[in-house]
Design a protein around this ligand. Structure first.
Ligand SMILES: CC(C)(COP(=O)(O)OP(=O)(O)OC[C@H]1O[C@@H](n2cnc3c(N)ncnc32)[C@H](O)[C@@H]1OP(=O)(O)O)[C@@H](O)C(=O)NCCC(=O)NCCS
Length: 406
């Protein structure tokens, strides 16, 4: 690909928020509107811009956030805002931005949601979590049934929610890998609910579940849409987030949402592939599930990243890793782990498995078996038995889930 040499790639300045937003808005074809919280969340020192004659024509940003991984919560560069002006595309601008970003981020892993699955594999990213979306036929689904105590369900204002919801999200991070944390400012943004962003739906409704001690132990964020069909009401319920680590809260919240008066359809975009709702409804096919890539992950420091997670069973394996972009990741690493005691060090010992950083990234959150990649030759088993051994260690009991596009 012919590289354009007069394009400069550099760190953004705080004053460039509008220029960066304008490029991203134009690239993603959304109208940029005033966004004070977005401005406050901008981390210029973690954004890169590509400029042509001084004009910003491309950008990428990394957000400082934590992510749940098997056995813990770690710092993960949350990559977003990747865009190149249409007049400057296919000349290597994104490649320079992403390459530099991956070499510079201090975190051992980077994650993103891809607009198109064909974009990021070339940079060593791999889909590490599948997302599932539902288009539920409420007349057919057969919702969960069970008692609901008076006072068990209630609604909160955004201000009240800011005090209760972060704690529930933290509990969810202990349950599943792939869940991003939210700072107080990010929570404010998440619950901001600007009328222009509602897409013809109601204001955001924040429904919570309370346990026997009156403590909030689960919540759902949802909106409704009034739709009248030829035979009467056919309203739509759109669930934006449901976080309920307690089984009772989970059942009661779904029971509430799936039995909403006047409604015919329910949409939900952030289910896990092993979402427990599958067990609770009478007709799982009425969920009309679609599975696609959700969180993409890139390992920027193999040794550190492998040490930052836990493993499902004790493991001792030598991995021969290749990385076309980050030289320090190439080589042999011995991974040994028992419970929370994990070590990953360079070694000269013979390899048990040979693979690239992309396969490691796919398996990192525990949702995709390493053995999956042996079937296409992307993982090679050098020592018989090591593939099953490593596959079992990298897997995790519950599938990873990413709860928001960032
Ligand atoms: C995606 C985007 C950032 C790529 O920028 P770019 O500067 O044109 O990318 P590059 O020139 O560095 O392309 C590098 C390679 O990726 C490929 N590529 C780029 N965008 C692609 C896409 N959307 N689908 C498939 N391949 C893509 C290019 O063909 C090129 O391949 P090659 O090396 O085999 O020739 C740009 O097209 C864009 O802004 N798109 C709209 C916004 C968007 O989707 N952003 C991503 C948000 S997650």
């Amino acid at each position: 690909m012919p590289y354009v040499t007069d394009i400069e790639v550099r760190t953004a300045q705080a004053s460039e928020y509008d220029a960066v937003q304008a490029v991203f808005g134009a690239a993603m074809m959304f109208e940029v509107t005033p966004d004070e919280l977005g401005r406050q969340l901008f981390e210029p020192e973690r954004a890169l811009v590509a400029t042509d004659g001084g004009e910003v024509i491309g950008s990428t940003r990394a957000l400082t956030r934590d992510l749940s991984v098997p056995g813990g919560v770690v710092a993960a560069a949350h990559v977003t805002g990747v865009g190149v002006k249409s007049t400057h595309r296919r000349r290597g601008v994104m490649s320079r931005l992403i390459g530099q970003q991956l070499r510079e981020v201090p975190e051992a892993i980077a994650v993103l949601w891809a607009s198109e699955p064909a974009i990021y594999g070339r940079f060593g990213y791999a889909a590490a979590a599948w997302g599932t979306s539902y288009e539920v036929d409420l007349h057919r689904v057969g919702p969960p049934t069970g008692p609901i105590r008076p006072g068990e369900l209630g609604e909160l204002s955004a201000d009240e929610a800011l005090k209760e919801l972060p704690r529930i999200l933290s509990l969810m991070q202990q349950l599943r890998p792939g869940v991003s944390d939210r700072s107080e400012l990010r929570w404010q943004k998440h619950l901001e609910d600007k009328p222009d962003d509602r897409g013809g739906r109601t204001a955001l409704r924040i429904v919570v579940h309370r346990d026997e001690t009156d403590t909030v132990d689960g919540y759902a964020l949802w909106r409704g849409k009034m739709v009248w069909g030829p035979t009467g009401p056919a309203y739509e319920v759109n669930v934006e987030e449901l976080v309920a680590p307690s089984p009772t809260a989970y059942r009661v919240l779904w029971q509430h949402l799936l039995t909403m008066d006047l409604s015919a359809k329910l949409g939900y975009g952030y289910a896990a592939v092993d979402e427990p709702l599958l067990q609770l409804v009478k007709t799982p096919t009425a969920l009309d599930r679609r599975v696609s890539e959700s969180l993409w992950l890139r390992i920027t420091d193999v040794r550190r990243a492998l040490q930052e997670r836990e493993y499902a069973v004790p493991v001792d394996v030598v991995l021969e890793v290749t990385d076309d972009l980050i030289e320090a990741n190439t080589g042999r690493f011995r991974l040994t782990a028992t419970g929370s005691s994990v070590s990953c060090e360079r070694t000269d010992d013979a390899a048990d498995l040979t693979l690239s950083v992309a396969e490691l990234a796919a398996a990192y959150l525990g949702g995709r078996p390493l053995a999956e990649f042996a079937t296409t030759g992307r993982v090679t088993e050098d020592t018989p038995g090591s593939l099953n051994h490593a596959t079992a260690a990298f897997r995790w009991p519950l599938a990873p889930v990413s709860l928001e596009v960032f």
